[in-house]
Design a protein around this ligand. Structure first.
Ligand code: CTP
Ligand code: MG
Length: 393
């Protein structure tokens, strides 16, 4: 700012492109990244500059009012918003027509470079002031670059040590940029192209990895990763155990299977320790409480109920809470029944019930403890659940 509060720096954010390569259902600047649009993020970066500036946003013709609402709330001050043209160059030209009389330095920035830090804007302004001519941020090129013919035939390897991949914001003395646009005879993809075409000096200064341009869906994912705002939440894990003593008068139901000739398990329901341990693991993974709280031992619906009744209802609750089951792993601890011969049958049955892989192993305890003495069975289950993807925003 000059002393009377009039900005001497203007920033033009070009956001009028359609974003063909991104292929979103809205123009690219209105695509969302971690809850806000690309144009809002770019405007927010301008708002974070150390010097107060005039902000001009160039928007698609039909979205000028929407862009103004988004930009002004992200900027916290009035913003000039104008409609863009059929090319980036025309859009910048429309923005230049809005320059405040006080503007001495002009920065042009692609809204699509939504994660550009405010400090890069500041350093571009500083370099323009220090050098008295245009500066653009750039990064060294790390790939080997070939000049190729139309048929893919290689003509030569280009010396990459003399190359820079350039970014925005590009900053210029106002007079240089205005003169370059007034004289424009070629179609350039950046502003420095027109300024150098006029024979005016422009230097490359240090760019920033975060100033990359969101062009394709993969770029948007890269931006989400950089933000730590990936749409994929971390999976959640749960653990559950259950123990039942043998009741020789009862039928044995274990892992959803009937075991004729084996001693049954005592319990309010059928005593299927595997099904009950899985139920607790799943409820716990989703933060839904535990089997006693959810099913209630006094509820007559579950009196004598088979394990699959618990599992089917648990799956319904898990899915209703917005989760999907990843997988379940259970270990049975006990001497009887000999589980291995029916492992496949049990796993298939429970996998079908839960709609996710269920693996079951069994072990004895070397004669130790209540399981070793053959007094009962214990089961320990772990489960993974994943939050179903939600709409970003
Ligand atoms: N831009 C603009 N007006 C245009 C074309 C582009 O303001 N007529 C802006 C874009 O909004 C973007 C920046 O210029 O912020 C860089 O352009 P690019 O990445 O090519 O964006 P799009 O043209 O929107 O994308 P695509 O080329 O894939 O259609
Ligand atoms: Mg384009």
């Amino acid at each position: 700012m000059t002393q009377n509060g009039v900005p001497r720096v203007s920033v033009i954010v070009v956001a009028a492109g359609s974003g063909t390569r991104l292929g979103a259902d809205v123009p690219k600047a209105f695509a969302r990244l971690g809850g806000s649009t690309l144009v809002e993020r770019s405007v927010h970066a301008v708002a974070g500059m150390s010097e107060a500036v005039q902000l001009i946003v160039v928007a698609p013709a039909g979205l000028v009012d929407d862009a103004r609402a988004l930009a002004e709330s992200a900027f916290g001050a009035p913003v000039s918003v104008v409609a863009g043209g059929s090319s980036r160059q025309r859009s910048v030209a429309n923005g230049l027509a809005e320059l405040a009389a006080s503007a001495e330095v002009v920065l042009v920035h692609d809204a699509a470079r939504a994660l550009t830090p405010s400090t890069l804007f500041d350093s571009v302004v500083r370099e323009v002031d220090a050098r008295g001519h245009g500066v653009i941020p750039g990064l060294p090129v790390s790939d080997t670059i070939k000049r190729v013919g139309e048929a893919g035939d290689i003509h030569e390897t280009v010396d990459r040590s003399v190359l820079a991949a350039v970014q925005t914001p590009q900053g210029f003395p106002r007079t240089d940029l205005v003169a370059a646009y007034a004289a424009a005879s070629s179609d350039e993809t950046d502003d420095a192209g027109l300024v150098t075409a006029l024979g005016l000096p422009v230097s490359v200064v240090a760019g920033n990895e975060l100033a990359f341009k969101v062009t394709t869906p993969a770029d948007l994912r890269r931006a989400e990763d950089a933000l730590g705002a990936s749409a994929t939440p971390l999976p959640r894990i749960g653990v559950g155990t259950d123990t039942h003593g043998f009741d020789p008068a009862a039928e044995l139901w274990l892992a959803g299977l009937h075991w004729p000739g084996e001693s049954g398990l005592a319990g309010h329901s059928d005593g299927d320790a595997v099904a009950h341990a899985i139920t607790d693991a799943l409820l716990s993974a989703c933060g839904l409480g535990d089997i006693g709280g959810v099913f209630g031992t006094s509820d007559p619906r579950f009196d004598g109920a088979h394990g699959e009744v618990f599992l089917a209802e648990t799956r319904r609750l898990v899915e209703a809470a917005g989760f999907r089951i990843g997988n379940v792993s259970v270990q049975i601890v006990g001497n009887r029944p000999t589980f291995a011969p029916r492992r496949g049958e049990a796993e298939t049955r429970l996998t079908r019930l839960l709609g996710a892989p269920v693996a079951i192993s069994a072990t004895t305890t070397d004669g130790l403890g209540f399981t070793g003495r053959g007094e009962g069975i214990a089961a320990i289950a772990t489960a993974i659940v994943v939050q179903q993807s939600r709409t970003v925003g």
